[in-house]
Write a protein that binds this ligand. Structure first.
Ligand SMILES: N[C@@H](CCC(=O)N[C@@H](CS)C(=O)NCC(=O)O)C(=O)O
Length: 230
């Protein structure tokens, strides 16, 4: 049986966006059943977790009988799609290479720009520093998103003639942009994302994650225990 790690609780800005939703989504797309192992902060930062599951004390991690655990949401999405032979083009084809290329591009060339904005909005406390940095990171992120939309060129799918992990990854990454209100000037890209997110496999992934988070409270993450240790 496959098991994936997910957070017991996450703040409202992250609910529905914690990266295990990508893993749930691809597993739902290919129809593989899985269990969810909810973890708190001290568990993620424990030596056992970091040695055996995720060296950076983060999630998601996919565990499966008879295989070493796998971390990095992008790696897990690619691995599941390749093993299932679904949503990634046939082995050895240019279509598969392009799907991998776009997944890596999403993670490497788009997501970091969005996180620069997220960092300012959600984590910076100094209002003056925030006001100085916000226009710079917002402008850079918007430029990247415009380039992405150019590259999509109005197509329904990033690769070939059907849904692939490239579409999954971009629609997932664009959730961050949408919540940060960075898609307002790109209505066609926003509409494309909305259509991809309407896939039942995603709707279930997001709904399940949000329901688990709603059942818990910040106290369940035991951040206090982490602070006492440090
Ligand atoms: N590159 C990693 C990033 C993992 C990551 O940032 N996970 C976040 C949740 S979305 C996390 O575990 N945050 C808790 C922490 O860093 O303590 C991936 O895509 O899996």
């Amino acid at each position: 049986m496959i098991s994936i790690t997910a957070m017991k609780w996450a703040p409202p800005f992250a609910s529905g966006q914690v990266r295990d939703h990508r893993v749930r989504w691809i597993l739902n797309e290919v129809g593989w059943p899985y269990e969810v192992r909810l973890v708190d902060a001290p568990t993620m930062k424990s030596p056992g977790y970091m040695t055996d599951l995720q060296p950076f004390g983060q999630l998601p991690v996919l565990e499966e009988d008879g295989r070493p655990p796998l971390f990095e949401s992008g790696a897990i999405v690619l691995d599941v799609a390749m093993r299932a032979g679904r949503c990634i083009g046939a082995e050895g084809t240019a279509e598969r290479a392009a799907a991998i290329q776009w997944v890596v591009a999403g993670l490497n060339s788009i997501e970091p720009f969005l996180f620069n904005v997220a960092e300012v909005e959600y984590f910076m406390e100094d209002e003056a520093a925030k006001a100085a940095r916000r226009p710079v990171v917002v402008s850079e992120a918007k430029k990247r998103l415009e380039m992405l939309e150019q590259a999509r060129g109005g197509r329904d799918w990033f690769v070939g003639e059907s849904f692939t992990v490239a579409d999954l990854m971009f629609a997932s990454i664009l959730k961050i942009a949408d919540r940060l209100e960075l898609l307002g000037e790109l209505p066609a890209l926003a509409a494309w994302q909305k259509a991809i997110l309407a896939r039942p496999a995603h709707v279930k992934a997001e709904r399940d994650q949000m329901a688990e988070i709603a059942r818990h409270s910040p106290a369940d993450m035991r951040y206090d225990a982490l602070r006492k240790e440090s």
